[in-house]
Design a protein around this ligand. Structure first.
Ligand code: NAD
Length: 350
C-alpha cells in the first residue's frame, strides 16, 4: 500500500527526502542510515509523491523530479529520482518571501495560484509535508487549512508553532488526521548532539555556566535565517533549555549565513560547567554535516508513523511521537524517554 504524500516547498529538504525514498526503494536490503527500516509494515519504499507546491518560476509547472533539480537547490545528490508525473503547482505566497530572498533564492512565478485543497483532493494525497521557509506563518496556516479541507494529515518541518497549539491539534484530531511538528529535529544535527551532551553533563552533576551553539551554512534556508532567525533560534533554544535546570545558564543558538558553504553545515558547540568543588569543565566541538539529507531520514519516519496512526484511528497519539522527531514538539521529553515512547506507541499499533 503506497503512502501518498504532497510536498509544500520543493527546496533542498524536499530533494533529499525524495532522493532518499528513491535510494531505499532501489536498495531494499540496505538499512544503513535508517533509524527505523520498518514502521509497522511500512518501509521507505512505500512512500509515493503525488503533489508538490512551490512559488518559484524555476519550479512551478515542472515535473517534480525536474523542480527538485532546479536552481537554487544545491544539496548533495543521494540517488536518481524516478520520473514523477506530478506537476509542481503554484501555491499561495502569503508571508513566505522577504525582499532579500528575491535577489537569487526565490524568483516568484506569475502563474495563477492553484486551489490547494482541490489539488490535494484530486491527487489522492494523505499526508502533507510543510517545508516552507522559516517565518512563513500565514502561509503555513493557509496550507494547514487546505490540508484539513482535503482530509490530509500535516507534518510541519519548520518552526511556525502549529503542532504545539491545542486548537490546531483538536482540529486535526476531530478530523481523524495527524498533526506533527514543529521544526524537524535532524538525525544527527546540532540540536540532538547538543541536547545529549548537556544531558550527560546534568546526569553527572555538572552545573552549566555556558551553552553556546553557532550554526554556519550557505543554503537558501540559512540565507533566509540570516534575516529571520527568531523562530529558529527560539525553537533550538527551547529544545536545549528543556534538558537544563533553572540554575543553569540559558542556552544560546545562533544561525550564520556563510555563502560558499552551500548545504554543508558546520555547528560549533561549546559547553562549560562546574564540577566537584566548582572546578571548571568544558566541551568544545564542531559538527559537520550536509544539512538537508540530515532532515530527510527523520521526515521519512514521521510520514510512516503518521500513516500508521491514521490507519489505526489513533491520530491523537501523534503528540507523544513528536518529542522524538521534532525540536519544538507539543511536549518535550529527554531523548531516551522520547525514543522509548516512540517505540512503545509504534509497537502497540503493529
Ligand atoms: N536539516 C534541515 O535542513 C532542516 C532541519 C529542520 C528544519 N528545517 C526547515 O525546513 C524548511 C525547508 O528547508 P529547505 O532547506 O528545504 O529550504 P529551501 O529554501 O531550500 O526550500 C523552501 C522551498 O519553499 C519554496 N516556497 C517558498 N514560499 C513558498 C510558498 N508560499 N508556497 C510553496 N512553496 C514556497 C521555495 O521556493 C523553496 O523551493 C525551512 O523552514 C527549514 O528551517 C530544515
Amino acid at each position: 500500500m503506497p503512502i501518498n504524500v504532497a510536498i509544500i516547498g520543493t527546496g533542498n529538504c524536499a530533494k533529499s527526502l525524495v532522493e532518499g525514498v528513491a535510494f531505499y526503494s532501489k536498495n531494499k536490503e540496505d538499512k544503513t542510515g535508517l533509524m527505523n527500516p520498518h514502521i509497522g509494515k511500512y518501509h521507505p519504499s512505500d512512500i509515493y509523491f503525488v503533489a508538490g507546491f512551490d512559488i518559484d518560476e524555476r519550479k512551478v509547472g515542472k515535473k517534480l523530479h525536474e523542480a527538485l533539480n532546479a536552481e537554487p537547490n544545491k544539496t548533495v545528490k543521494i540517488a536518481d529520482v524516478p520520473e514523477y508525473d506530478v506537476i509542481v503547482q503554484r501555491g499561495p505566497t502569503c508571508d513566505s518571501v522577504i525582499p532579500e530572498l528575491r535577489e537569487y533564492f526565490i524568483h516568484e512565478s506569475d502563474e495563477p495560484v492553484a486551489d490547494v485543497a482541490q489539488v490535494l483532493k484530486d491527487s489522492g494525497a494523505e499526508i502533507v509535508i510543510n517545508y516552507l521557509p522559516t517565518g512563513s506563518d500565514k502561509a503555513t496556516y493557509a496550507y494547514a487549512e487546505a490540508a484539513l479541507i482535503a482530509g490530509c494529515s500535516f507534518i510541519n518541518c519548520m518552526p511556525t508553532p502549529i503542532a504545539k497549539h491545542p486548537e490546531w491539534q483538536k482540529k486535526f484530531d476531530d478530523a481523524g488526521l495527524v498533526l506533527m511538528g514543529d521544526d524537524i529535529k535532524s538525525q544527527c544535527g546540532a540540536t540532538i548532539v547538543n541536547r545529549v551532551l548537556l544531558n550527560l553533563l546534568k546526569m553527572r552533576g555538572i552545573r552549566i555556566t555556558k551553552s553556546e551553539q553557532i550554526n554556519y551554512g550557505g543554503n537558501c534556508d540559512h540565507f533566509n535565517l540570516h534575516y529571520r532567525p527568531e523562530a529558529k533560534e527560539a525553537s533550538k533554544e527551547s529544545a536545549l533549555n528543556s534538558v537544563l535546570n533553572p540554575d543553569d545558564a540559558k542556552p544560546s543558538a545562533r544561525m550564520v549565513y556563510t555563502k560558499n558553504n552551500y548545504d554543508h553545515k558546520q555547528a560549533k558547540i561549546k559547553m562549560e560547567g562546574e564540577m566537584f568543588g566548582h572546578i571548571p569543565v568544558s566541551i568544545d566541538l564542531t559538527l559537520e554535516d550536509e544539512d538537508s539529507p540530515n532532515s530527510g531520514g527523520v521526515v521519512n519516519d514521521a510520514i510512516r508513523a503518521a500513516k500508521l496512526l491514521v490507519e489505526n484511528r489513533r491520530p491523537y497519539l501523534a503528540k507523544e511521537l513528536c518529542a522524538f522527531l521534532f525540536k519544538a514538539p507539543p511536549a518535550q521529553f529527554p531523548d531516551t524517554e522520547a525514543l522509548q515512547k516512540f517505540r512503545e506507541i509504534i509497537k502497540s499499533l503493529e
